[in-house]
Design a protein around this ligand. Sequence first.
Ligand SMILES: *Cc1c(COP(=O)(O)O)cnc(C)c1O
Length: 500
Amino acid sequence: MNRELYGNLVFELSREGRKGYTLPANGLDNSNALADIPSALLRNGTPDLPQCDELTVVRHYNNMSTNNFGVDTGFYPLGSCTMKYNPKINEEAASHRDFANLHPFTPEYAAQGALEAYWQLQQALSEIGGMAEFTLNPFAGAHGELTGLMVIRRYHESRGDDKRCKVIVPDSAHGTNPASAAVCGLEIVEVKSRPDGTVDVDDLRPLLDDTVAAVMMTNPNTLGIFEKNIPEIARLVHEAGALMYYDGANLNPMLGVARPGDMGFDVMHINLHKTFSTPHGGGGPGSGPVGVRKGLEKFLPSPRVIRRRVNRDDHPVAEHQRYALEYSNEALGSISATLGNFAVQLRALAYILSLGRDGLMEVGPLATLNANYVKEKLKADYLLPIEGVCKHEFVFDGLRDKSTGVTTLNVAKRLLDHGYHAPTIYFPLLFHESLMIEPTETESLETLDRFVEVMRDIAREARETPDVVINAPLNTPITHPDDTEAALRPILTYDELIAG
Ligand SMILES: *Cc1c(COP(=O)(O)O)cnc(C)c1O
């Protein structure tokens, strides 16, 4: 819509209307607007746009938008991703105009409120993680891992210890762990899990020597199992001169229960977009703050947000200089163009402040209770390869009855017919038919009961009418895309769609 034309029309109607103005017969005439454009820049013919009436277009996009699935529309038990509800107050905080309209390079004196929020989150995360200090600059969990490993490299280099080129990663680790280590230029050594799903200390011990820079651990691990041997592992790792890295993407069940810093971890990242809300399905936006124990702060990337102490007797710091950006020579330098994903950070701070200390202390136990509740209700129908209490998530190895021919993929697709997002499937790689469920603490008992009922119905269908499950989904707008074709030759443009 040409704004000038539209404005003129409104003006003409209100002014001329009284004088008996008549509407132009052919609607809006934009020939005057074109008069200012040099003829060399004008098209010769009409643009080759798909022709549709407005109503059809509006309906198309509105209907398409209702095909979107999110936590706001249904249960999203995606293991490993912590798709919890994002309270609307978080959105209000993040979209408040005083935050949302702030330019990333606003001078410090004009952004004191935003810097204060930023600093508060750094403090809150340090307390939650049991770390000395946090940087909020990394844009995602994987980016945090890379930043943390770079801090570790920097630490070893600062001591003139340049032999340390290896990172030990358990076989149950999230794929980003070895990927981040590789991007950091480090060699990856795998350590095996025991049948109970925890890291095998006997397998780890001989791997530790003076070429190891760090051991990366996730606790609870990606099987949802708590690694009880961390204190012993930390002792062995520290004796070998290496550092302990904590992948904090699974921090959810730990909130209010335990702190990585107290367990002996030296460096950690947190996935704000998992543990502290923010809708991130489909790959973004995220934030992966990195925390370090005392002594490693100076290696954190620049800039950091600091609060200057107000010294009333000496040189009082003016209010507009209280919060400042600090650049340090020993630091990594910049790992992101700005101070990170500010909107995600604000949602996290809103989540933390609105729950408060007492509310946060309930997150971990409730997430753990919900996961165990669903697991116990379903283990008669689905194969639970590792018995016992889980933390925030658990993994089934497909249906218990293996004679039906129904796979984990079929079960996941059948869930779509019932209006649920599919769980994580075929990850972790430790089992053939992995099906990983994480309910999170934000779901009600009623929601969990309904989900359990549907999962049991699917198991019954698999026994009685397996074809129904095998041919699922039946009710979704797109039913059976060719997965391989979609991955190898995705149709991303209108031209490709027309050509195809
Ligand atoms: C999600 C996740 C990551 C990676 O986080 P991103 O923000 O997706 O980069 C790393 N480790 C674990 C255990 C995770 O669940």
